[in-house]
Design a protein around this ligand. Sequence first.
Ligand code: XMP
Length: 514
Amino acid sequence: MSRDKIIVIDFGGQYNQLVARRVRECNVYCEIYSYKTSLDKIREMNPRGIILTGGPDSCYTEGAARCERELFNLGIPVLGLCYGAQLMMHVLGGHVCKAPVREYGRIEVTIDPSAPLFANVSEHTICWMSHNDYIEKTAPDFQIIAHTNDCPAAAMQCVERNLYAIQFHPEVLHTVEGTKILWNFVRGICGCAGDWRMDAFVANSVEAIRQKVGKGKVLCALSGGVDSSVAAVMLAKAVGDQLTCVFVDHGLLRKREGDEVEEVFGPSGPYDLNFVRVNAQERFYEKLKGIEEPEQKRKIIGEEFIRVFEEEAKKIGTVDFLVQGTIYPDVVESGLGGESSVIKSHHNVGGLPDYVDFKEIIEPLRDLFKDEVRRAGLELGIPEKLVYRQPFPGPGLGIRIVGEVTAEKVHMVQEADAIYREEMAKAGLDKSVGQYFAALTNMRSVGVMGDERTYDYAVALRAVNTVDFMTAEAAELPWEVLGRVASRIVNEVEHVNRVLYDCTGKPPGTIEFE
Ligand code: XMP
């Protein structure tokens, strides 16, 4: 596959991954690199275009994130966004300073429809602005192609050198015609063919894996989550029964989840691989006995997981490759890609490679964003139910049961959660709400059922809307849905006599209870 590539140079802004995702939505492959990446490396990658992102600095201050002047002389089209636009002007001889009026939010921009960047864009268009500095004077040879009431230079171009700069953020959805603008840059100005497509990616990856693995043996830890499932199916398609998938059922999965994973990957499923299910429920419950502290629970679950996996791996013997479901945001957030300072605070099951005897790691999803992983999954024929699965934490229900975990409590929360999910699906809310689940509080309270007094547990329902899972808002679920769920849970789940709805956002709450 020809890989036209766009490079996104990251100056530490909050929307940087979004820029890359939007470019990929134009069917163009792109990667994120830190602004510290050398010119030589950039030249070597031979990109069709370069995008400079926003960032928190003021380009005229000492120590601000910079790029070299030479970057603009490589003969490669460059598009600067927000800080990237200011930096381009600053470096090329314009003047950037604190703006007399700070612009923030949706703002009407008047554009020059004859500019290549704005082909097919309306003359007056709503864009997302967020800047304190502004371009007071453009660099020589640049022509202004957009303005707002408060920002005389909202976009500029030097067509002869293929340099473009825009003060607003086309990558943010509030910029109504943002995708069109990015399309004009990557497909129009840079001339990318637009052949970054999931069907081609999947076919090529399968072939490349086949070549790489040869006759080797491959081991994959399957969690049932989207990433590891897609990675496993890709491997299964490529090397079939040279692959062994180990699925550790720690007894902290949602209702029927273990069986669902087995139906897809097990011997009666469509793939010819060696599927090993380890039913380790009792081991985990035993280890968790009497433990109430959340971090300690997480640690125990993580360690026990590794131990079980290690025992299984030993039975298989030396393998040549270990599969990991790493995806592109993991790569960026671990500091290998861009400039993001976000350190991933959640790892599913860390540390596996240290414990297993293997030669090399295969990470087939390393270049993909989550939505692309899902599309690859559909392309591979994985059932939608698996592909559109909600995020589920590695420690599973262990952190949705406040306090001590017991088999009985796991059963209660599984049943309550299954009812909640069923009713959400019936109400058509299952795809529109970001994440939702039932948790079991550690609170018992008095109720009355029939004519009997009860003293039982309270289930808490959680539903949040979120873009990035770093912040979230409690979803406003219809009262009738909540009512139906509450009444079914109390009637159908033994030892639950009360249902609460969690209205807390994140922050100050977290999405999970522990
Ligand atoms: P919190 O509770 O931190 O959760 O607001 C944010 C998102 O991360 C998921 N989560 C985890 N995922 N391992 C994971 O793979 C974990 O230990 C873990 N803890 C929380 C959570 O479901 C939510 O989507």
